[in-house]
Design a protein. Sequence first.
Length: 269
Amino acid sequence: MAPHRAQVVAPLLRRESMGNAYQVLTFDVGRDLGALPGQFLMVRGAEWGDAPLLPRPMSYLSGGATPTILVKVVGEGTTRMARAEPGEPFSLIGPLGVPWRAPTPGRRAVLVAGGVGVAPLLFLARTLSATGQRPIALYGGRTKKDLPLDDDLALITDLHLTTEDGSRGQKGRVTDALGALLAEDVEVFTCGPDRMMAAVAEMCARRDVPCEVSVETPMACGYGVCLGCPLPAAGGGYIYACTEGPCIDARRIDWSRAERAPSAGGAAS
């Protein structure tokens, strides 16, 4: 069972740029809080003042005493993160949420990532690699610029890349390449835009292949107080992404209603 969350103020250790849109931030927490692949943390600059007011939910890219996150610049909060300099203090709350479940013995893991959704899947791939497993990975983006950390993923997975404009890998979407890999001896773990995950979940359901998704959404607290991150549940009612997710069996979600709600797919603005 994962350790209970902690709130800490930690300095930014380093920031690595990958083009104009993506940054990897590393924090010096000073101790290992026990983050597991698939969990997330709430991140806010300790010196931001009143704007932006709320912290941002961000998937762990790695854990340990110097955890990392992958940031895509999409709004005010992530813009400030992308401009932060080493030494700047950040308020961090984590680890939060339900991690990826343990892979099923006898099944090979297929990781399906879209854009910044690669973060929790790369963390999972590194954990599997440490135990001698080599998963298959499908990674897609609009262009080759939307495939941050693809080289890292290639080192520890059998990687297939897709881009919608054909600038890298196979032209098309990750779902175009997924069908040929679905078999009775695989299971799927996926994170990315809602429409991508909905399509992956539908394909897996048709083939009776287990599928788990990471469903991070905009949220204010990250641990079940604000109730601001509901996802429509199959059969009615709602699932709260922060406490019942972010990693959850894809069959528990009503994707026809979920696609109408905004989602961060592994990061926030």
